[in-house]
Design a protein around this ligand. Structure first.
Ligand code: SAM
Ligand code: DTB
Ligand code: SF4
Length: 340
């Protein structure tokens, strides 16, 4: 059993915003004794956020299936054995109706996802009209449409887009085991265009794709070393879907999942860390540990894009038990949280 002094445990921590993390440092954090890791993650969390407030977003698939990419986790790829039928892009009216309902149910951000490699000109114009309509309802807007070029990000910005979701999904080293139809660099380029256009970045990944701890360390390192930390970091747990190449992936150990959440919180202390896909497979206790280690955002509502999400009522029951609340508005500042 290692001695406390050998682990160099401290009681006072500083969490400066850094962009020069090494894989060794991130691995060392991932391997801390759990009580120490949780202590550091909680300290980073409350220095920057009220730990009782959870931001909630609602997701809507505005165009499902028929995607030409081959992401091994995704049921929407046209390249896998079992495919979701390709839909047409939803009408603007239908999207706005869903957004009104989401707002009435307490969402502050409305995220629209499309199963595209990248948006076509005509489709992008329709999505811009959706963004304008959703924004006029008083909701924050987020879209995830695949790869973008500079011109496309500018159009989205002009339509009033707040966030763009584009995930790294895994480490650079493991990436070619998961996707062959676009490169890691393509993803980083899209992220740079989004950032340069002045749109907030939502970027994270998926755990539980048979990756190793080294891959989790590497992915977190890449996220933390982006020129600016993503405002929102979704951490998905793989939903294993029949007909996809990852249908039989070995489930990630829940404690390894929680360690990764905690490290994301420590190295990106001012970012919202979202417990994204996979919550239907998590116990209430596991989700509680996620909230205790830095998660402060979830998708609320019965559907993600094509997969189910927990019932809203079960999330609200858990929030109630834990004394958590749906945040009315996203915090813009990083003042210390002072418990009353
Ligand atoms: N086509 C666009 C793209 O790939 O950027 C947007 C939609 S895509 C479905 C958005 C994200 O959903 C992916 O990057 C991935 O992180 C997540 N995702 C997709 N299938 C998943 C699964 N089976 N389990 C967990 N996350 C998944
Ligand atoms: C993210 O990181 N997770 C969400 C959102 N961004 C777009 C998507 C999860 C999709 C889960 C599989 C499905 O519903 O098809
Ligand atoms: Fe297409 Fe996105 Fe699914 Fe990849 S993750 S197959 S790009 S919808």
């Amino acid at each position: 059993m290692p001695q406390k002094q050998n682990l160099n445990l401290a009681t006072e921590y500083h969490f400066p915003i850094r962009h020069n993390w090494t894989k060794k440092e991130i691995t060392a954090l991932l391997q801390l004794p759990l009580p120490e890791l949780i202590y550091q993650a909680q300290t980073a969390h409350r220095r920057n956020f009220d730990p009782t407030q959870i931001q909630v977003s609602t997701l809507l698939s505005i165009k499902s299936g028929g995607c030409p990419e081959d992401c091994a986790y995704c049921p929407q790829s046209a390249k896998h054995e079992e495919k979701i039928n390709a839909d047409r892009l939803m009408s603007i009216e239908k999207v706005l109706k869903k957004a009104r309902t989401a707002k009435a149910e307490g969402a502050t951000r409305f995220c629209m996802g499309a199963a595209w490699r990248s948006p076509k000109k005509h489709d992008l114009e329709t999505v811009c009209a959706m963004i304008e309509g959703v924004k006029n309802l008083g909701l924050e807007t987020c879209v995830t449409l695949g790869m973008l070029n500079q011109q496309q990000t500018e159009k989205l910005k002009n339509a009033g887009l707040d966030y763009y979701n584009h995930n790294l999904d895994t480490s650079e080293e493991y990436y070619d085991k998961i996707i062959s139809t676009r490169t890691y660099q393509d993803r980083l380029d899209t992220l740079a265009f989004i950032r340069d256009a002045g749109i907030k970045v939502c970027c994270g990944g998926i755990l539980g794709m048979n990756e190793e701890e080294a891959d989790r360390a590497s992915m977190i390192k890449t996220l933390a070393n982006l020129p600016k930390h993503p405002e929102s970091v979704p951490i998905n747990m793989l939903i294993r879907i029949k007909g996809t190449p990852l249908e039989d992936a070995k489930p990630i150990d829940p404690i390894d999942f929680i360690r990764t959440i905690a490290v994301a919180r420590i190295v990106m202390p001012k970012s919202y860390v979202r417990l994204a896909a996979g919550r239907t497979e998590m116990s209430a206790e596991m989700q509680t540990l996620c909230y205790l280690t830095g998660v402060n955002s979830i998708f609320l509502g019965e559907r993600l894009l094509t997969c189910p999400n927990p019932e809203k009522s079960s999330d609200l029951t858990l929030f109630n038990k834990l004394g958590l609340q749906i945040a009315k508005q996203q915090r813009q500042t990083s003042q210390l949280f002072k418990p009353s």
